[in-house]
Design a protein. Sequence first.
Length: 71
Amino acid sequence: MLVMKRKEDVALVLAKCKEIIEAVRTREVEIDQACMRREEVVRKEVEERVQWVLDRETALRAEERQLEEGG
């Protein structure tokens, strides 16, 4: 009888462990997805800033050429 009770207790503990592991895996997936979304947002922000710098550089060079031609 005691052995049966122990087996039941172990089975319950194992079931709870499996439940916890599944919850952790689900949370890991949620965190990974959130990180990927944030990474994409940051990547777009960086691309926009790089493009702004390139556009600004082009504008400054054009202005420099105009000054050289007019000066």
